[in-house]
Structures are given as structure tokens and as C-alpha cells.
Write a protein that binds this ligand. Structure first.
Ligand code: LLP
Length: 463
């Protein structure tokens, strides 16, 4: 994954170590709008603001570490996805990226649907008033209790993931005197170009039913025989943080081929296909994500073309973006603590959070950007590694980045594009208190998920 080494003279070393960096930007004070939420900027004093509020004020009021989420940006991205896909398609926000009651209300107001993958996410969605028929329920190992709750609530669809689950959902619906709409999740055998742990459409993995060997066709046969379920479509999710749409094209092609086989065998045309989520976002200036309307155009063209070729009516398409909606809308604000320059290597900058609020760097070797946000600086660039305060040397937030060489304890730095899979994957490792999520909008900031307290930790400890 390493990119070319930085050619300019380093501050702490004559030869720069191997790393994930390119040359430092010409001006470290400039924020690349690609990676920052829409309303982020610097004011005349050089302090970064979001929604018109200075990060120094936010840190005073809400403490650090904390996630600050740009509500206007979140809503704008929801609308961009909904508009791009139009009225003939459905956008389901993937709640696993980040979910809270406020988020559910925003989704509801902006006309999006919601994909949940656990009883906890379902409860949050229903509690915040998302109509059940706008919820899709996912998971490769849903418990009977989760299936009961989903069917009872009347979720719009359950995406079934195994032969056992087809039967379970059908029996549950029959017992409850209803008929449940389901999609069958298939694995199309595509190798998505992303990290192995977030690729989900090759055959050797736990999700879905393979198209290969006729297994998906057999699942369809069984589903069509069961009274408790109404098979409405086929689902495919190929993976996450993908920039290249060719994987989606292959997936769409194979899913449409299955629809044609179903038509030939059973004489029915399933009305829906879901192409999942997975669109990549910019974590660093090197990433070039595609816009929702681009993706919508590419996907609907391929589905239409494939359907015409197979002489099928074009099904209703749905997609499930999570990261692409919430990821870019938030940043994590940290206070700088210990600074350790290691001669010939790099400078370790410790912050007051770490792998408990962002596990992605340790887990996926993810790359992030970072900036000094409480002031500007005219100092030269220093090759830094931003690390947390956990008892673990892999506790890295940003592996290689340039920060101003006069960085000092007490400065505030921020890591952008942490809206997705950071708070939702946060942990209490070392009994860290999970940070709050603060929504900022037009000069107002309000906590939507509060900071954990030590009482919260002790409350669970019943020994
Ligand atoms: N639909 C399904 C069925 C999924 O499994 C996922 C993600 C999504 C939609 C949303 O994908 P997105 O658009 O957010 O990429 N923790 C990893 C990502 C795991 C994604 C799991 N499924 C990460 O931090 O990169």
C-alpha cells in the first residue's frame, strides 16, 4: 500500500522511512475540501470552524476526543443520493456506518430508507419513528428473536442470507399470520478491489448464497414454495470502499442473469434488485470518489441494458450507501499530548483517544489525513505518526502524515472523514470512554450521542 517516498528534505531524518505518504502539501494550513465536511473552513484567526463554530469553542464545551458531525452535509448527501436515483429506485442508508435516533429522524425527513443488521439497530430505527416498511433487515446469522421482532414490526424486507433462514422467516411469518417480503442475498463471485476484510462477493466467505453451482437458483426454488414469504428480489453487496464501478457492473450482470433464469424456470419476473453499498470516499487527497449521480447513471444503464438483452422488465433498483453518506460529514477532534521526535524516523504525536475511537487504521491499514485546527502555523512540515493513548503499539490513528513542526501539547488536531465506522466500531478498550457525537448545524451544536462516563462502565460491572 505504500506510496512513493517524499522527495523533500525531512525534518528529523536524512532518509525518510518507508511509509504511506507523498510529499507534504505546499501549505499545511490549507484544508483539502475533498476530505472535510462541507461547512468546514478556517476563520480569520486561523481557527477551523464547522457549521460556523470554532473548534476551540467546541472543545471547551464538549471536550475531546469527540466526533463533530456536519448535519447540513449529512442531509445534503442524503438528498444527493435520493435525487440521483430518482423515483424509480430506493436508497437505503446502511445504519452500521453510524446510527443514532437523530440520524434516523434526518433520514426519515430526507426521504431515505434504512438498512439495519441487528436487533439493536432495528430498535433504534423504530424508536426514532422510522416507518417499518422503510426498513430492510440484514445479517448472516439473525437470531429467531430478531426475526420475530422484524416480522412483527412489519419491516419492508428481510434480506435472507442462508437456506435455514428462508425456512425460519417463512415459518415465523406463518406463525404470526402474515407474509414477509424477502430478498435473497447472493454472492456473485466478484473480487472487489478493496481490503480483504471488507470484500464480500467472492465465494469463500460467510455472506450470501453463491450463484455458483446453482445454489442461489435452488434457494429461489425453496423460497417460492413457502407460503410465509413473498420473494421480491435478489440482493448483492460486493464490498466496501470501492472506487471502481466495474465490480458493480459484473454483479448487476450476474444478478440479471439469475432473474432471467428464474423467469425461464418459474415464469415469474422478480420486481426488485438491490446492488448493496460500498462506494468509496476520500480519506486523503489521493482518493477520488465518484458522485452519486455518476454511480446512479452507471448502475441504471447497466441494469437496463442487461434486462433488454434478457428481454426482462427492468426491476426496481435499490442501493445501500453507508460510508458515502455519513463518512465525509464528521471529523474527530483530539487534543495533542505527548510529542516524541525519534531521530531518523518520525515524530510520534499522542492524542487523547486512539484505537478505541478509530479502529480502522489498525484493522484495515486505513489511511487518514490530519490537520492542526486550533491555529495556523508557519513552521515547516514534520513527518508525524498520530497515535492514541492505549497500551498497544498498533494503536495508530494516522500512520503517516505531515503536521507543522511547531506542534505543541494542547494544540487541537482533527482527523477528517471519520463519520463512518468509527463511533459505530468504537470500543471500551483500556476502559476508554467512548466519545460523544455532536451534530453541528448553522451555528448550533448539540450532542446526539453523549460521552460515556465511568458510571456507565461501572453500571455494566455487576461483580
Ligand atoms: N449493505 C450491506 C449488505 C453491507 O454489508 C454494507 C456494509 C453496506 C450496505 C454499506 O457499505 P458502505 O456503503 O458503508 O461501504 N467496517 C468496515 C466496513 C464494513 C462494511 C460492512 N457492510 C470499514 O470500516 O471499512
Amino acid at each position: 500500500m505504500s506510496r512513493s517516498a517524499h522527495p523533500a528534505g525531512p525534518r528529523h531524518a536524512d532518509v525518510l522511512p518507508e511509509g504511506h505518504y507523498t510529499a507534504p502539501p505546499a501549505d499545511l494550513n490549507v484544508l483539502d475540501e475533498k476530505v472535510w465536511a462541507r461547512t468546514v473552513g478556517r476563520n480569520d484567526d486561523g481557527v477551523v470552524t464547522v457549521g460556523g463554530i470554532e473548534v476551540t469553542r467546541l472543545a471547551e464545551e464538549f471536550g475531546t476526543p469527540a466526533y463533530f458531525l456536519d448535519e447540513a452535509d449529512f442531509r445534503a448527501r442524503c438528498r444527493a443520493w435520493a435525487d440521483a436515483f430518482g423515483k424509480d429506485a430506493d436508497v437505503f442508508y446502511a445504519g452500521k456506518a453510524f446510527l443514532s435516533r437523530a440520524v434516523v429522524r434526518w433520514l426519515k425527513e430526507e426521504g431515505l430508507n434504512l438498512d439495519v443488521c441487528s436487533g439493536g439497530e432495528l430498535t433504534t430505527a423504530l424508536d426514532a419513528g422510522m416507518p417499518a416498511d422503510r426498513i430492510a433487515f440484514h445479517g448472516n446469522n439473525k437470531s429467531q428473536e430478531e426475526i420475530d421482532r422484524a416480522v412483527e414490526a412489519g419491516v419492508g424486507r428481510i434480506v435472507v442470507d442462508s437456506f435455514q433462514e428462508i425456512v425460519r422467516v417463512a415459518h415465523t411469518a406463518q406463525r404470526l399470520g402474515t407474509r414477509q417480503r424477502v430478498q435473497i442475498r447472493v454472492t456473485v463471485g466478484v473480487e472487489a478491489h478493496t481490503h480483504e476484510f471488507i470484500a464480500t462477493a467472492h465465494e469463500d466467505q460467510k455472506f450470501g448464497i453463491p450463484l455458483a453451482g446453482g445454489q442461489a437458483a435452488e434457494a429461489v426454488r425453496r423460497a417460492l414454495r413457502l407460503d410465509g414469504i413473498e420473494l421480491i428480489g435478489i440482493h448483492s453487496h460486493i464490498g466496501s470502499q470501492i472506487f471502481d464501478t466495474s465490480g458493480f457492473e459484473v454483479a448487476a450482470h450476474r444478478v440479471v442473469r439469475l432473474l432471467a433464469e428464474i423467469r425461464d424456470e418459474h415464469g415469474i419476473e422478480l420486481p426488485e434488485i438491490d446492488l448493496g453499498g460500498g462506494l468509496g470516499i476520500a480519506y486523503t487527497s489521493d482518493d477520488d470518489p465518484r458522485e452519486p449521480h455518476d454511480i446512479a447513471k452507471a448502475l441504471s444503464e447497466i441494469v437496463t441494458r442487461e434486462c433488454e438483452a434478457a428481454r426482462l422488465r427492468t426491476p426496481r433498483i435499490s442501493v445501500e450507501p453507508g460510508r458515502a453518506i455519513v463518512g465525509p460529514t464528521a471529523f474527530t477532534l483530539y487534543e495533542v499530548g505527548t510529542i516524541k521526535p525519534l531521530e531518523g524516523l518520525r515524530t510520534y504525536v499522542s492524542v487523547d483517544g486512539g484505537m478505541s475511537d478509530n479502529i480502522r487504521t489498525a484493522l484495515y491499514d486505513a489511511e487518514y489525513s490530519v490537520a492542526l485546527v486550533s491555529r495556523t502555523s508557519t513552521a515547516g512540515p514534520m513527518l508525524a505518526r498520530v497515535v492514541g493513548k492505549h497500551c498497544e503499539s498498533g494503536d495508530i490513528v494516522v500512520k503517516d502524515a505531515f503536521l507543522p513542526a511547531d506542534l505543541a501539547p494542547g494544540d487541537l488536531i482533527a482527523v477528517p472523514a471519520t463519520g463512518a465506522y468509527c463511533r459505530s466500531m468504537a470500543s471500551n478498550y483500556n476502559h476508554a470512554l467512548r466519545p460523544p457525537v455532536v451534530a453541528v448545524n448553522d451555528g448550533e451544536a448539540r450532542v446526539i450521542v453523549r460521552r460515556e462516563t465511568e458510571e456507565d462502565l461501572l453500571r455494566l460491572d455487576v461483580g
